[in-house]
Ligand binder design. Sequence first.
Ligand SMILES: Nc1ncnc2c1ncn2[C@@H]1O[C@H](COP(=O)(O)OP(=O)(O)OP(=O)(O)O)[C@@H](O)[C@H]1O
Ligand SMILES: [Mg+2]
Length: 606
Amino acid sequence: MSGEPEFRGGWRERFSALRNVPAVLRFVWESGPTVVVLGLVSRVIAALLPPALFWVSKLIIDTIFHILTTHQPIQPRLWWLVAVEFGLAVAAGALGRVIDYLDALLAGKYTHHVSVRVMEHAASLDLMAYEDPAFYDRLERARVQATDRLYMIQAIGRLIQQVITTITLSISIMVFSPWLLLLLVVGVIPAFVGETHFAFLGYAKNFRQTPIRRQLDYLRILGGSKEAAKELKLFGLKDFLTGRFKGLSTQVYEEDIALARRKVVAGGFLTAIGTAGYYTAYVFAVWRTVTGVFSFGTLTLLANAIREASSNLQQTFSTLSTIADQALFLTDLIAFFEMRPTIQSKPNALLAPRPIRRGFEFRNVSFRYPGSSRLILNGLNFHLHPGERIALIGENGEGKTTIVKLLTRLYDPVEGQVLLDGVDLREYNLEDLYREIGVIFQDFMRYEMTARENIAVGKIEQIDNLPLVEQSAQKSMAEDVVAKLPSGYEQMLGRRFDGGVDLSGGEWQKIALARAYLRDAQVLILDEPTSALDARSEYEVFQRFAELTTGKMALFISHRFSTVRMADRIVVLENGRIAEEGNHDALTNLGGRYAEMFELQAASYR
Ligand SMILES: Nc1ncnc2c1ncn2[C@@H]1O[C@H](COP(=O)(O)OP(=O)(O)OP(=O)(O)O)[C@@H](O)[C@H]1O
Ligand SMILES: [Mg+2]
């Protein structure tokens, strides 16, 4: 199974995965240093308790034997020993609880810490990363690993405890006979080999299954989503989706079971070998006692120590292979954290100009999306001057939204430059640049949060500034939308949460537009923000837009010529370049592409 094309590997990989352990230990440490220290101390003490118990038992039995053979009265020492054993047993029980508690505490802290880190890191990566399915697989695995690998931390704690116990017990055994120890070790090795082997197969299997699991997740979400519900019902897609889900999930299940079955058979056999080792050692100890070499106390000690050491040794190995296994799973989490965004601020990057004096310039810009060979923009040249309101038009898929993504530096051009005040965008500090841009995308987000929060995302520092939020809402005509909501600005929007109210497409657009006004940036970009507005709303929105953006730079994309004609300049995009530009009158007089498109739309109104 490990010979699958996606994942070849052997022992080297198994152990090289252990290099993930330090990184994880760092996360563990970061999530709660105090808990880590307390946990370690408890485990060291807990590790020493079993050997101490066995030793006291030996002393008790030897004392009893001495009393019996010498016919002496019972010595107080005997009761003292029993008291000590009782004390140790109580301590062992209590300590076990304490360790469980500390583990749970650490688990909570770790999950929290790593989940937050995953969120932070995912947010820091480029849009580019999100277009790569391999990235999703990795993100998915990292997400699972962030919460699912607690087991490994507990395993490390257990390992420390087991190693100390095993060493201490081994020393006690060695004091009486080194051969016994050798026997034990040899008996346990096969179990270890088996454990690691299966751990590895398990990882290879999960690795292979990730794309399927991603599909399953998607189907599950689709099946339960409000957005999809309308179409699922009317198109009668229930059986289709369920069938697909069943097929995939059966496949995953069967693979899981097949591996588990193999593991049961092999594991049982390997454990039997370990048990045989134990009994051979036991027979040896009995023989030495019968021949008078070991005392009864020693026999008891050895019997206990051998049994414990053997099972501890076996557990140590299986814990070790658990750790190696878990560490292998962590490869993706570590790799995920090692991913670096390609769109980043340079060191000592420039601050965005305030005010912008010369505007934006696309100079010979070509662009293709990662993983595609088709040039969307091809040697594009175009200016956006301060104080200018430009309408960008073009047919579907011509690259209008792509221009917005380049202008806002969500992507870098493949060739050419995007300049702001004559300086390449790549020279500016990203966060500072973003602060000067307000953009509402075609596929703007509908946050399942309150109306106030939905607007405040435009400038999140102002989340508690209700008057400012109201002011922006008034500018975008979202005011009337909010007025109709039962709880006004505190109304939960969307249907996901209790008491949520959904809005119509146009109402959502008005809310989103308010974000742009709240942002109060030097550059305002609206990518078809009014497509769902009724004719009167759109007219009003753009009247206000014109007033509110005087002196600012504005770029808007629209398919409605009633809107487009309000622009200072209209830019027509075709075949990756600017085909025509000018104001409405100039372009209609030109009788080119614009005039044709305008005529087409006007004709349908006559
Ligand atoms: N993330 C992406 N990865 C690959 N190709 C993409 C991506 N986004 C868009 N494209 C492609 O780039 C081309 C331009 O897309 P873009 O979204 O810029 O068009 P548009 O002019 O905004 O169209 P519309 O009027 O439909 O909004 C399209 O042909 C599309 O297939
Ligand atoms: Mg678009």
